[in-house]
Design a protein around this ligand. Structure first.
Ligand SMILES: [Zn+2]
Length: 256
C-alpha cells in the first residue's frame, strides 16, 4: 500500500481522525473506483462528495448537457457551463476541489454494452439516473459482475435509497423489488417538479453508503429500503427480501 504524502495526510486528516476509517480506510478510498450513472440532481452531490473524500478514480456517465432549469438543484454545474456536457461539467467541479484524483467524463448514454465494461472495472456503482430503463440496465450489469449498487431516487418531495449488494447471496437486487417489465409510472422532474434539497439529501446519503462500502465502515442499507417524505421530513424503512424467482438475480442467473 503506497503511503500518503504530507498533503494527502492534511487533506484527509478529518477522515483519518475517525476511528472507523483511519489511514487504512482512507488509503482504501484512494485506491477505489466508483462508477456514477447520471450527473444531475443526485449525481451532483455524489460526484462532489466522492471527489472531496478522495475516491481514487471516478467515472461519471451522462449524455445530457447543462440547462438553466438544472441549476435549481444540480449543484455540480455552473451558470458559466450552460450547454456543456454534464459529465464534463461535474468533472471540472471535482477537479477544482480535489485535483488529486482521476475523474473520467463519459458524455454518452449508459447502454448495456458500455455498462458491462464500466461495471466490470469498478468497485461500487451509484445509480443517479432518472428512468427505469437505465436503472434496470445498471442493476443487470451489477448482478452480472457482483458489484454493489447504491440506488437513489427523488421526485417532488419524496425520495428513496437502498443498497443492492449481489456479492451477498441473501441480498436482493433492484429487480427483486421492481421486476423488469412491470409498468411503473415514470415520473420526471420536468413534469412533476422536485424540491431542490431533496436530491441533495438522497444523493448525499448515496455518497455516504458508497464510501462506507469502499472503506469497509459500518453496515450498509442492503436489504432495507429507506423512503423519505420530505414534507414531514420522515423516513420509513422497509425490509426487502431477495426473490428466488427474480428474473435478474434468481435461480440460474445467480449461480451462472
Ligand atoms: Zn433480484
Amino acid at each position: 500500500m503506497p503511503a500518503m504524502n504530507d498533503e494527502q495526510l492534511l487533506r484527509y486528516s478529518r477522515h483519518i481522525l475517525l476511528d472507523d476509517l483511519g489511514i487504512e480506510g482512507q488509503t482504501r478510498l484512494l485506491q477505489s473506483r466508483a462508477l456514477v450513472i447520471g450527473a444531475g440532481g443526485l449525481g451532483s452531490p455524489v460526484a462532489l462528495y466522492l471527489g472531496t473524500a478522495g475516491v481514487g478514480r471516478i467515472t461519471l456517465v451522462d449524455h445530457d448537457t447543462v440547462d438553466l432549469t438544472n441549476l435549481q438543484r444540480q449543484i455540480a454545474h455552473r451558470l458559466s457551463r450552460l450547454g456543456q456536457p454534464k459529465a464534463e461539467s461535474a468533472r471540472q467541479s471535482i477537479a477544482a476541489l480535489n485535483p488529486d484524483i482521476e475523474v473520467r467524463a463519459m458524455c454518452r448514454r449508459a447502454d448495456a454494452a458500455s455498462l458491462d465494461a464500466w461495471v466490470a472495472e469498478t468497485d461500487v456503482v451509484l445509480d443517479c439516473s432518472d428512468n427505469f430503463a437505465t436503472r434496470h440496465a445498471v442493476n443487470a450489469a451489477c448482478v452480472r459482475h457482483r458489484k454493489p449498487l447504491v440506488s437513489g431516487a427523488a421526485i417532488g418531495f419524496d425520495g428513496q435509497i437502498s443498497v443492492y449488494d449481489s456479492r451477498d447471496p441473501e441480498a436482493p437486487c433492484y429487480g427483486c423489488l421492481f421486476p423488469p417489465g412491470t409498468a411503473f409510472e415514470e415520473a420526471a422532474c420536468a413534469t412533476m417538479g422536485v424540491f431542490a434539497p431533496l436530491v441533495g439529501i438522497i444523493g448525499t446519503m448515496q455518497a455516504a453508503e458508497a464510501l462506507k462500502l469502499l472503506a469497509g465502515v459500518g453496515h450498509s442499507l442492503a436489504g432495507r429500503l429507506l423512503m423519505l417524505d420530505g414534507r414531514a421530513m420522515h423516513f420509513d424503512e422497509v425490509r426487502i427480501a431477495r426473490q428466488p424467482a427474480c428474473p435478474v438475480c434468481g435461480g440460474e442467473a445467480r449461480r451462472s
